[in-house]
Write a protein that binds this ligand. Sequence first.
Ligand code: AFP
Length: 333
Amino acid sequence: MRRITLSQFLVGRQHDGKINTDLRLLIETIARACKAISTRVNKGALADGLGSTENKNIQGEVQKKLDVLSNEILLEANEWGGNLAALASEEMDDPKPIPTHYPRGEYLLLFDPLDGSSNIDVNISVGTIFSVLRCPKLDNGSFCEPNEKAFLQPGRSQVAAGFAVYGPTTVFVLTVGDGAHGFTLDRETYTFVLTHPDIRIPEDTQEFAINVSNQRRWEAPVKRYIDECLAGKEGPRGKDFNMRWVASMVADVFRVLSRGGIFMYPRDAKNKEGRLRLMYEANPMSFIVEQAGGSATDGKTRILDLQPRGLHQRVAVVLGSRNEVEVVAGYHK
Ligand code: AFP
């Protein structure tokens, strides 16, 4: 049976009344930008795309050349479509309102243009993560000023979210609130084709993902959980566990979506708020994971229920196979 393309999938969702034309155009535009980023990432050292710039982003992290380029690709692709009020990015201190010489629309777009960029120079999978919110409206029905405050909505307000993982294949994973679906880039036709319809995360797992080098800094519930995984069959869990850690959230989350698992970046003595960013990493990934039947918490609270305080705030993340996330949440109680 012929597979359908991302465009056909989105037209279908529009016919079902799930999304409107503006949101369909927005997602198509983001996917087209991800194709352009994928092409640049795949060129690697051949295109002088590796290495770092001299400047740092608001996180105080040295910006890789491809971080900056990926951000520019997403900005240029999305500023003229007439469906956005503003954009926000890990690579930009403040939100960027759509320039006044372009029409504005009802959506707010947030993205991490190149997640896992510390892996770029060593040829390990990286990706792009995005989240779509509605711009709040004033009582008279006009849009609020699309400043930082307009973006500070809990993750459950997202209308769409997704990510592209640039790995052995480029896969675009999307949710518009009715399941999570994966589209593989067919490089012959240069179109995204539906290859992973209605992704379901197994409720149980024997595979955990965490950066164990932080172990001495973890809080007690995390220490207990990982110790029990390491104790294996002879320990309280009564089964052996395996470990994976790519240090690219997009790659680790795609693996969890594909075969189950639990992904953790907990808060610790060094990363007191956690390391991952709420608005454009944890929220979109949590939306996708929940739509695939998994769950996502900061240890105590469902991530999608967290009220953001700042555009670049960090958060602890425990997400994946529902029953395993429940074990960790139970230890935090
Ligand atoms: P970079 O984009 O700076 O490489 O960070 C990637 C990331 O935000 C996320 O994708 C990884 O899961 C996590 O950080 C890796 O953190 P560690 O380098 O501390 O393992």
